[in-house]
Design a protein around this ligand. Structure first.
Ligand SMILES: Cc1cc2nc3c(=O)[nH]c(=O)nc-3n(C[C@H](O)[C@H](O)[C@H](O)COP(=O)(O)OP(=O)(O)OC[C@H]3O[C@@H](n4cnc5c(N)ncnc54)[C@H](O)[C@@H]3O)c2cc1C
Length: 395
């Protein structure tokens, strides 16, 4: 092993949140180590891989063609009754990435700025002294060791254990998690390789949706996200959808992945003495569509900047790190909280209400709702309530 036994900062997790945090810290000239339990960065992927330029611009990086699989210019939304809403922007507005390449690239950008990385290293404990986190216990292959740090960053994803091990209270209710399951498929008949496809309905994906994210001519991520509290598994719903849809008749499953998606429960307090939590581990994810890449990267930048300031001021106490709570809530938290309310309303809609919603929605209204402006949605809810009452009365 070539790593040292002491750093200014140790980041646990080399996903987008961890790499973005380490990038900001390394740019400020501090000594930062990222450790990840995986033997290869970015593998296995657990993601539909939908992304855009916005977050990268925020951290001063540019899109790189080597990890873009497919440019996207819109979306096709399907209501339970099959009604299709076409959203066409007439220009590319996002893309589907290759996360295995993207995660490596982002981590290497942090390295170029001065960070160090160690893979195949699982963090299995926290060093805590006088109520201050002082480092980590870790294992590289069969070798156990400790690393001391002024600040430890828990960027260890949706099934995070690090912040909890340090004694932080993190949201654990199943209400705050969706189950995600996905196949990467080849040989499928895509309707339009430049459009994302979304399928809604309580019979199709209760409280969530099925997605098809094109990755080329006949290849796509085909996945589902539903509430973790369903009696049937996400896989069962996805398999049924695939079996009953002709576009998959000649398809092959070339990769299987899935995992928890923390769609809710955004944390008010994400710091303690010597520790800070970021990304999926802090439930920093768009609750309406489940996108967490951009949120993780932006939160990482905020976290890294606050940590660098706190170390410069020689105050890594919870007070010294609490600017992270304040800045993140102002820039992202309030918007995500609003979207969490929209998600709660959306997941309760019956198929009949969803069909009514599909009739009422146009491209502009959908854009406003997904960007956190809920006034249009609130007006629609009153119409949907009438549909709900009619349903209850049986007509
Ligand atoms: C099925 C599915 C589809 C999705 N689709 C999209 C999408 O299309 N677009 C989008 O924006 N978002 C999507 N997301 C969400 C997105 O994948 C996450 O929001 C994003 O990966 C969060 O980044 P992160 O760095 O916080 O966590 P992660 O990317 O999960 O990284 C955490 C890292 O920590 C490491 N780690 C964990 N524990 C330890 C430990 N004890 N010691 C050392 N290392 C550890 C892990 O190995 C991992 O590399 C999807 C999620 C799922 C499950």
């Amino acid at each position: 092993m070539i790593i040292k036994d002491e750093y200014d900062v140790v980041v646990v997790g080399a996903g987008p949140a961890g790499s973005s945090t380490a990038l900001a810290i390394a740019r400020s000239g501090l000594d930062v180590l990222i450790v990840d339990r995986n033997q290869e960065l970015g593998c296995p992927k657990r993601c539909g891989e939908g992304f855009g330029d916005y977050a990268l611009n925020q951290i001063g990086l540019k899109r790189n063609e080597k990890w873009v699989d497919q440019y996207i210019n819109g979306a096709l939304l399907y209501a339970p009754n099959g009604k299709k809403i076409v959203m066409d922007y007439g220009k590319d507005v996002g893309y589907i990435i290759d996360r295995k390449k993207f995660d490596k690239w982002l981590a290497l950008e942090a390295c170029k700025a001065g960070a160090q990385i160690q893979t195949k290293t699982i963090v299995d404990g926290i060093i805590k002294e006088s109520d201050f986190v002082k480092g980590i216990h870790a294992k590289f292959l069969s070798e156990h060791f400790d690393i001391r740090a002024k600040v430890v960053v828990a960027a260890d994803g949706a099934e995070s254990t690090i912040a909890k091990k340090a004694g932080m209270k993190i949201p654990s209710s199943p209400n705050f998690f969706d189950s995600g399951f996905q196949y990467e498929m080849a040989g499928i008949d895509l309707e339009d390789k430049k459009k994302l496809e979304f399928y809604f309905g309580q019979k199709i994906a209760p409280g969530g949706y099925i997605w098809i994210f094109p990755k080329g001519e006949d290849r796509a991520n085909v996945g589902i996200g539903i509430s973790a509290e369903n009696s049937r598994t996400a896989k069962a719903y996805l398999d049924k959808f695939i079996k009953t849809n002709r576009k998959f008749e000649k398809g092959s499953i070339i990769e299987v992945n899935g995992g928890a998606i923390p769609l809710g429960g955004v944390m008010h307090d994400m710091v303690m003495n010597g520790l800070l939590v970021v990304g999926d581990a802090a439930h920093q994810i768009n609750p309406l569509h489940g996108g967490g890449l951009a949120e993780s990267i932006i939160a990482g930048k905020i976290a890294g900047t606050v940590i660098s300031d706190a170390i410069a001021k020689n105050d890594v106490s919870r007070r010294g790190l609490s600017n992270y709570n304040r800045i993140w809530w102002k820039e992202r938290g309030n918007k995500l909280k609003n979207l969490e309310k929209a998600k709660t309303l959306f997941e309760k809609l019956s198929d009949r209400q969803l069909n009514t919603l599909a009739n009422e929605l146009d491209k502009k209204k959908i854009e406003e709702i997904t960007s956190g402006n809920l006034s249009k949605l609130m007006k629609l809810i009153s119409k949907l309530a009438i549909v709900g009452i009619k349903e209850k009365l049986g007509f």
